[in-house]
Design a protein around this ligand. Sequence first.
Ligand SMILES: Cc1cc2nc3c(=O)[nH]c(=O)nc-3n(C[C@H](O)[C@H](O)[C@H](O)COP(=O)(O)O)c2cc1C
Length: 322
Amino acid sequence: MDRSYCIAPMMGRTDSQFRYLVRQISKRTVLFTEMIHSNAILFGNKNKLEEYSNIENPIVLQLGGNDPKNLGQVSKLANKFNYDEINLNLGCPSPRVSSGGFGAALMNDPELVKNCLSSIKENFDKEVSVKIRLGTDDNDIDETLDNFVDSVKSSGIKVFYVHARKAILKGLTPKQNREIPPLNYERVKKLKVDYSDLEIIINGGIKELDFLKKNDLCNLDGIMIGREVYSNPLILNDVDKILEADLTKNNSLYDITSEMFNYFGSLKNKNLVKRGLIHMHGLFNGHKEAKKIRILLSNSIYLEKSKNEILSILEKGIIRAA
Ligand SMILES: Cc1cc2nc3c(=O)[nH]c(=O)nc-3n(C[C@H](O)[C@H](O)[C@H](O)COP(=O)(O)O)c2cc1C
């Protein structure tokens, strides 16, 4: 799997509707699910794994949890679906997640991480990866990160998505934890120098496709973009062209919008349609008529009417103002 361009997993955002939207823009960008806790699947909604369709590949299933046996069981179930990779979340700093002993808090227990990953690997037929931070709280990111990577590596894991900042588990909210701990891209670069056999994808604050080149980070294997993709999904417009996957013309804003409304027509659950409409807001970032279009997108009741009005605005040829 080519991991040059990946979308970051985001709870409440990278659901099936958003992933469908992204696929209208790029076929090759690697998609991630939202994090799903292994127990939420085993003891809750088993259908969670099915909230996925084949058009979404390449796609990574992100799991949360710290129980090797349960993670292994879910990984076995995941084989029935066509996920390309399972990723263990070792970066989420939320107090609820930390008190459950998973997410970023788990980085403080490399031995348990190793057991979790070994169990996932034993049960899942394809690639297994981790998403980590540079460390937590007062950890020294030079020494502790290397020790952590050594331990994780010994379970046979080769793919690391690295959010290039620490997680401060005491005192910061999840949102602050995505903004306050400083980004340290150089540390990620050094990680790849020291562990050239690993595939390292960098994450955190990335807003452009040529980020690696612009920041002298070309030794890294790929970029992962989160918030910027959500607020401006068209940033992915050139990915397929860069990867030479598809040299045909990009879907226009009109085509993407039209296909999304066709897709909504096939969804039986109206809440999913509502969520999908919200996910479309970022598409019109910078558009002259963005305000009007977003008001129309807020109306999930008269879907056909909203569709026609939006398409007629787009048809007038006002593709993008910026
Ligand atoms: C709303 C939201 C939800 C997130 N949910 C997850 C998640 O489920 N799993 C995860 O590993 N990271 C999650 N993250 C963190 C992102 O994957 C990413 O690491 C972070 O936003 C930094 O990347 P960015 O600067 O490109 O947004 C979330 C971030 C946001 C904004």
